[in-house]
Write a protein that binds this ligand. Structure first.
Ligand code: HEM
Length: 426
């Protein structure tokens, strides 16, 4: 086996397969060999160049002209004719949003659409986030046992995402099914027999996004980022295009929701696997903000992202040809000992936790990062206050096989309801 530049492919590089369970279970561990021995390698199975060290990945994020984000949302596994026809039958035309837009269009659009993400604007959502978190905990607090993903961590971020976007609440179970289909369609490797079902769900998601948009256009007044976008289109029709609005209506639901749902599930799993850290944040909630950053570093919800080389370039000393596709594994960068001391240690007091690359970096860095942080902090505040005595049940964690969006599908916890602080000290 040879790389497109004619070099031999190492055995480890030939074996690399991010759809294997070992990658899902622990991406930084799965590519430890690469961080140590071969930090830039060509994967013949994926036909991507894979980059795993912190400095290389940060440099790629920093230069979005050489490393275009245009492929960020394309199907990582090309689908067959039948699935493509299904998508076409729904007039599926997902195109550029922000995350996969090149300059100069991207920066013009990002600037016009930034205001709803300022700290002052986000503050207004805080009471709603806390209320939603409290209401969901109320439902199971006396049960002594819960699947936090099914009973809270999936739906609350979805509710908040819809509220942030200004989308009226839709059927939550349908949206969950559509979002997972979008993840599999974009970053997964569905088997030929699954591809058609995924294509139907993605096609339906696309049409639903169109319907929501049409309805919103009739009255774009009031709060919500998508309504704000429609109003901005009137002022800047070349910057905020129709194609952008339709694509973003679909991608935005996923970007604002699944990333955060997975991040909270990863964070709780990690904290409960480290009971002394959990006890510390229960005793001293002022530790929560840095604990959140450390959770995002150690076990973030976006494991890897993509860029396209627009010219011949060197990455980490390796020649990458123009047109090459890159998988940049941020979860590995976040465990790079060249940047983080004792990187596998989970340390909620680490002083550079927030250097993690889970939100990307540079021109495209996540616009919703402070909304996500707020949600994570509030969920942890509520759960540490109301269920400080919860612990993880014995369980095997499962993940949706894909390169990028990562969080356990279920998270079972248990506690003794007789010991609930609210019963002892109402
Ligand atoms: C972009 C991660 C939550 C909206 C991104 C990128 C990543 C990411 C990796 C690409 C960055 C790059 O290319 O440099 C995450 C994670 C989240 C999260 C891990 C939760 C823990 C959110 C939320 C929103 C959001 C809640 C709210 C709407 C966006 C947008 C972009 C983006 C609009 C595109 C920015 C641009 O290209 O200019 N996010 N995200 N994200 N995210 Fe997030």
């Amino acid at each position: 086996l040879k790389t497109p530049t004619g070099c031999p492919v190492s055995r480890k590089a030939a074996e690399f397969d991010p759809f294997e369970d070992a990658y899902q279970q622990d991406p930084p561990e799965y590519v430890r060999w690469s961080r140590e021995q071969e930090p830039v390698f060509y994967s013949p199975k994926l036909r991507y160049w894979v980059v795993t060290r912190y400095d290389d990945i940060k440099a790629i994020f920093r230069d979005n002209l050489t490393f275009s984000p245009s492929i960020a949302l394309e199907k990582i596994t090309p689908t067959g004719e039948e699935a493509n026809q299904v998508l076409a039958s729904y007039n599926y035309a997902m195109n550029r949003t922000l995350v996969n837009e090149d300059e100069p269009a991207h920066m013009a659009r990002r600037r016009v659409l930034m205001a709803p993400f300022t700290p002052e604007a986000l503050k207004e959502h805080e009471p709603m986030v806390r209320e939603a978190a409290r209401a969901y905990v109320d439902r199971f607090i006396d049960d002594g046992r819960a699947d936090l993903v099914d009973q809270m961590l999936w739906e609350v971020p979805l509710t908040i995402a819809l509220h942030f976007l200004g989308v009226p609440e839709e059927d939550m179970d349908t949206l969950r099914q559509y979002s997972i289909a979008h993840t599999v369609n974009t970053w997964g490797r569905p088997k030929p027999e699954e591809q058609v079902a995924v294509a139907h769900a993605v096609g339906n998601f696309w049409q639903l996004a169109g319907k929501i948009l049409e309805k919103m256009r009739r009255d774009p007044s009031g709060p919500g980022w998508m309504k704000y976008g429609i109003r901005k289109q009137a002022e800047h029709p070349d910057v905020v295009t129709d194609s952008y609005l339709h694509s973003m209506m679909m991608a935005g639901i996923v970007a604002a929701h699944e990333t955060t749902a997975n991040a909270t599930a990863n964070a709780l799993k990690l904290l409960l696997q480290h009971p002394s850290a959990w006890r510390e944040i229960c005793d001293d909630p002022s530790l929560i903000p840095n604990a959140v950053e450390e959770c995002l570093r150690h076990n973030g919800s976006v494991a890897a992202w993509r860029r396209l080389a627009t010219k011949d370039v060197k990455v980490g000393g390796i020649d990458i040809p123009a047109g090459a596709k890159l998988l940049i594994v941020m979860s590995s960068a976040n465990h790079d000992e060249r940047h983080f001391e004792d990187p596998d240690l989970f340390d909620i007091r680490r002083d550079n936790s927030s250097d993690h690359l889970t939100f990307g970096y540079g021109a495209h860095q996540c616009m919703g990062k402070n909304l996500a942080r707020m949600e994570l902090q509030i969920f942890l505040e509520e759960l540490t206050k109301r269920l400080p005595h919860m612990r993880l049940c014995e369980q095997k964690f499962t993940y949706v096989p894909n390169t990028s969006f990562r969080g356990p599908e279920h998270l079972w916890v248990e506690w003794d309801p007789a010991q609930n602080p609210e019963r002892r000290d109402p």
